[in-house]
Design a protein around this ligand. Structure first.
Ligand SMILES: Cc1ncc(COP(=O)(O)O)c(C=O)c1O
Length: 388
C-alpha cells in the first residue's frame, strides 16, 4: 500500500485531500514523493510563515529537543516564559495563555469572556459572533462559526451565541443588551472569503463594547503573526481588542495556539479555571521565539506589505470573465470567481502551483511571508494561463 492508499484506508474520512503526497520543502517550494516541484501559495493553510527549511527556526527547535520535549504546566520552562514576554511586549496585551491550535485558543477566549461576564456583569453570557465567520471545529467554536454547514448534525450547539452581519454595525447594535459579555470577530474573514473588515466597523464595535462593558475579541488565528503586513492585524485598523487569539503562523509549522488578554480581563481566570497538558510546549515555543526574531530581523513585515500589493496588482491584470473580485490585506488575498474554486485549484496543481479555496467560489492566496516578486510572477502566470 502506498501512502495515499494507507491514508484512505486507516484515517477517518473528515478531509477531502488533493491527490498529492508531499515529502519535503525548501523556501516557497514543496516537492512530492516523485521529486516534482510545486510553488506553494497555501503555506499549509496560512501556517508556514517563513516557508520551508528556515535554518534558525529548525536549530531553535532542535536545540530545545535535545534538552527537553515536554514537562507540562506543573513546572516552569524558559522558552514559554520568553515567548509570553515577547508577545506581550510586541502587543497591547498583558497576559498570555498557551494551547495547541486555533480552535483551542478561541475556546479559551470564549471561556474567559463567559467567566468575565459571570464575575463582572451579573452573569452575562451572550456572545455575538459574525455571519460567515470561521472560528474552529470544537463544539463552542463551530457554534461561534456563523455558517450552518459546519454545524449541521452536531446539535444541540452551545447556548447564547448570536449572529450579526459582518461589516454592518446596525445588525450588531440590534443584538446588544445587558446579557452580552463579548463580541467575537476576525479582522479579515478568512474561510468566509478573504474579506477585510471596514475600519469604521471595527471602530464601531470598539465603541459599542466600551459603552456597554462588553469584551471585544479578535480571532487572529489566520491574520496574526505578520500575515497582513503588521505583526497583528488590529494594528492596521488602530483598534485594540481586549482578547486576541493566535495559532497558525506562530510556530512556523509546529503546533501552538495562544490567547492574549488585557489584565482586567485575564484576571477573571484563576488557578484551575483552564488548562492544556501540551500548552506552551517547549519545542513549539522555542520555534515560535525564533519565528518572531526572524520576522523582526529579516524585514518580513515590509516584504508582506510590498508583495501583498504586488500580488493583488498582478491578479487584477488577469483577464477572465470568471473573476468577480480581487481583494485582501497583506499576503491574505482572495479571488472571487463565478465558478467553483476547487476546479481551478486542481488545474493549478497539475501545473505545479498549490492553491486552496475559501468557501465554494474564492481562490485563497496565503503564501509564505518570505515570497519574492519572481515567485509571485511564476505562480500568477500559471493561474493566468488557466483562467484565460
Ligand atoms: C480565523 C480562524 N480561526 C480559527 C481557526 C481554527 O484553527 P485550528 O484549525 O488550528 O483549530 C482557523 C482555521 O482555519 C481560522 O482561520
Amino acid at each position: 500500500m502506498n501512502t495515499k492508499e494507507k491514508t484512505d484506508k486507516f484515517i477517518m474520512n473528515t478531509y477531502s485531500r488533493f491527490p498529492l503526497t508531499l515529502e519535503r520543502g525548501e523556501g516557497v517550494c514543496i516537492y512530492d514523493e516523485k521529486g516534482k516541484k510545486y510553488l506553494d501559495f497555501t503555506a499549509g493553510i496560512a501556517v508556514n510563515a517563513l516557508g520551508y527549511g528556515n535554518k534558525n527556526v529548525i536549530n531553535s527547535a532542535l536545540n530545545q529537543m535535545n534538552k527537553l520535549f515536554h514537562v507540562s504546566n506543573l513546572y516552569y520552562t524558559s522558552p514559554m516564559a520568553e515567548l509570553a514576554k515577547k508577545l506581550v511586549e510586541k502587543s497591547c496585551f498583558d497576559k498570555v495563555f498557551f494551547c495547541n491550535s486555533g480552535a483551542e485558543a478561541n475556546e479559551a477566549a470564549f471561556k474567559l469572556a463567559r467567566k468575565y461576564g459571570y464575575l463582572h456583569k451579573n452573569g452575562a453570557s451572550k456572545v455575538i459572533s459574525m455571519k460567515n465567520s470561521f472560528h474552529g471545529r470544537t463544539l463552542a467554536t463551530i457554534t461561534l462559526t456563523g455558517q450552518t454547514k459546519y454545524q449541521q448534525g452536531f446539535s444541540p450547539l452551545v447556548e447564547n451565541i448570536l449572529y450579526a452581519e459582518y461589516n454592518n454595525l446596525k445588525s450588531v447594535e440590534k443584538l446588544i443588551d445587558n446579557e452580552v459579555c463579548a463580541i467575537f470577530t476576525e479582522p479579515v474573514q478568512g474561510e468566509g472569503g478573504l474579506l477585510p473588515a471596514k475600519k469604521e466597523f471595527l471602530e464601531g464595535l470598539r465603541k459599542i463594547c466600551d459603552e456597554n462593558n462588553i469584551l471585544l475579541i479578535f480571532d487572529e488565528v489566520q491574520t496574526g503573526i505578520g500575515r497582513t503586513g503588521k505583526l497583528f492585524c488590529y494594528e492596521n485598523f488602530n483598534v485594540t481588542p481586549d482578547i486576541l487569539t493566535l495559532a497558525k503562523g506562530l510556530g512556523g509549522g509546529l503546533p501552538i495556539g495562544a490567547m492574549l488578554a488585557k489584565d482586567f480581563v485575564a484576571s477573571s481566570f484563576s488557578s484551575g479555571d483552564h488548562a492544556s497538558t501540551f500548552g506552551g510546549n517547549p519545542v513549539s515555543c522555542a520555534a515560535a521565539n525564533s519565528v518572531l526574531n526572524e520576522i523582526e530581523t529579516k524585514n518580513i513585515l515590509q516584504n508582506v506589505q510590498e508583495q501583498g500589493e504586488y500580488l493583488i496588482k498582478k491578479l487584477k491584470e488577469i483577464k477572465s470573465p470568471h473573476i468577480k473580485d480581487v481583494r485582501g490585506l497583506g499576503l491574505m488575498v482572495g479571488v472571487e470567481l463565478d465558478i467553483e474554486a476547487k476546479e481551478i485549484t486542481l488545474k493549478c496543481l497539475e501545473h505545479g502551483l498549490l492553491l486552496i479555496s475559501a468557501g465554494k467560489n474564492v481562490l485563497r492566496f496565503v503564501p509564505p511571508l518570505i515570497i519574492s516578486k519572481n515567485e509571485i510572477d511564476e505562480g500568477v502566470e500559471i493561474l493566468k494561463k488557466i483562467m484565460e
